[in-house]
Design a protein around this ligand. Structure first.
Ligand code: GLN
Length: 483
């Protein structure tokens, strides 16, 4: 009963209650959720009480949405009133939120039951969920391997069938990359589609919340629940979210899929990944889609551009953790300066410190023009690449990540090799475009993800293509051992 669609059907047929679903999900969270390092906090009592309310609503014929009664996990950077939000960081360990973020609020308004919090890389900085004070999260397909990151706990939990869906955040690929490693669907909506109110900021011009599910159809349900304008987020888009399910026609005839030539060369990427993705595209072509080659000429610069913009914004956003207002404060300090210094030195992990240093450096007076301003100029060029490409196609297809899930620890000492892996995902954040990763094949039993990128605001076409692919294939039905 692990998929959201199966849960919905069973709830609607009165074969199971929300209380029973939540009880089972809590048991799985305690069991495999903790073994996998995916679940780092539960709100068992509150979730069971809310599930009972959901059951009562359903009996009264008042079901709020397709998510009614279904359990969900939130990445631990989305706040909820009265609950801890740690961002997997020592500095926020004691923090309890005084208010509800938009994601939690909207999920609850849709009738979903928030079960607890999922593991992540500290402040969402990373690609392996190893930068966490809770220890790494593991890949359900092979626990010796990484589940990806930074929303690794959310991806692993959905892959392992702990909950039918989960939320993550994506600043440079943190939803799509763990989705590809864990064999689930992960979607980053258009920048501004989902409110960032109550999402702890990493890089505010890139951050976006989105769903993990097994299918594109389920992702559409979740996006309908959490998306749409929110006046509390100044970058929230004014456009209303269209109803997405009617777009899922199963038909791709008449649509054009663009393959960036820069994404289908073998330099650095596993040729088996490229070939699995190419086969996925062939499936869509046989179903009537037209396939054309496009070019994204600034691809060689996107990783450096991303790591300049993201670290600059992070160094500014993380300045607020000074020991005075949020979370942990160093003890036994003699003066204010020592309090700031020691609270931050003890509170942040190595990767977060590395990024604060890099971001502060690129914003400093003497280097601003050479790095930060230059990065913003390249960002504009990357946007232009996509504008040109989307004159020739409706969606862009390619790999989500250059390889399948690698062993935990394999890249701990080599942050730059991890940064380089973000080559296919960061462009969508730089350009503000929607992207989705969906399972399209296997290499030695490990899932491969295909990424589809769309025009701004056009999640409907992305989901339409992803759903059509899933009607023609069964990669999304494979489950890891024990799930
Ligand atoms: N791997 C990227 C990074 O480390 C993406 C992170 C994210 O999307 N939150 O910055």
């Amino acid at each position: 009963m692990e998929s959201l669609e199966a849960q919905r059907a069973a709830l609607e047929a009165s074969e199971i209650s929300s209380v029973e679903l939540v009880t089972e999900a809590l048991a799985r969270s305690e069991d495999s959720g903790k073994d996998l390092g995916a679940v780092i906090g539960l709100r068992a009592e509150a979730a069971l009480a809310e599930a009972a309310e959901s059951d009562a609503r359903r009996r009264g014929g008042d079901s709020r949405s397709p998510l009614e009664g279904a359990p969900v996990l939130l990445k631990d950077n989305m706040v909820m009133q009265g609950e801890p939000t740690t961002c997997a960081s020592r500095i926020l360990e004691p923090f309890v939120s005084p208010y509800d973020g938009a994601a939690a609020e909207r999920l609850q308004a849709a009738g979903a039951i928030i079960l607890g919090r999922a593991n992540m890389d500290e402040f969402a900085m990373g690609a392996t969920t190893e930068n966490s004070i809770f220890g790494p999260a593991h890949n359900p397909w092979d626990p010796a391997r990484t589940c990806g990151g930074s929303s690794g706990g959310s991806a692993a939990a959905v892959a392992a069938g702990i909950t039918g869906f989960a939320l993550g955040s994506d600043t440079g690929g943190s939803i799509r990359q763990p989705a590809s490693f864990c064999g689930v669907v992960g979607m980053k909506p258009t920048y501004g589609r989902v409110s960032r109110w109550g999402l702890v900021a990493f890089a505010s011009s890139l951050d976006q919340i989105g769903p993990f599910t097994h299918t594109a159809r389920e992702a559409a349900w979740v996006l309908e629940a959490i998306g749409g304008h929110d006046p509390r987020d100044s970058t929230s888009l004014p456009e209303a979210l269209p109803s997405l399910e009617p777009a899922l026609t199963g038909d791709v005839a008449g649509l054009t899929i663009g393959l960036p030539k820069e994404y289908f060369v073998d330099d650095g990427a596993d040729p088996a990944v490229i070939s699995a993705v190419r086969q996925g595209v062939d499936t869509l072509e046989r179903a009537g889609a037209k396939v054309v080659e496009v070019t994204l000429p600034h691809t060689p610069y996107v990783v450096s551009t991303y790591y300049l913009v993201a670290t600059a914004e992070a160094s500014s956003n993380l300045a607020r953790y000074d020991g005075a207002r949020y979370g942990r404060r160093a003890e036994g300090v003699e003066d204010l300066d020592a309090m700031y210094r020691r609270s931050r030195s003890e509170g942040f992990g190595a990767e977060v410190k590395r990024r604060i240093l890099l971001g502060t450096y690129v914003l400093s007076a003497g280097y601003f023009d050479a790095y930060y301003r230059k990065a913003q100029q390249v960002r504009t060029l990357v946007r232009g690449d996509f504008e040109q490409a989307f004159e020739r196609c409706d969606v862009i297809a390619g790999p989500t990540y250059p390889e399948v899930a690698f062993p935990i620890g394999a890249k701990l000492d080599d942050p730059v090799s991890l940064y380089l892996g973000d080559i296919y995902t960061v462009s969508a954040n730089l350009a503000g475009l929607p992207g989705i990763s969906l399972p399209c094949g296997e290499i030695d039993g490990l899932p491969v993800g295909m990424q589809l990128l769309g025009r701004a605001l056009d999640e409907a076409t992305l989901l339409r293509v992803a759903d059509a692919f899933q009607r023609l294939t069964d990669h999304h039905e494979r489950r890891p051992p024990g799930a």
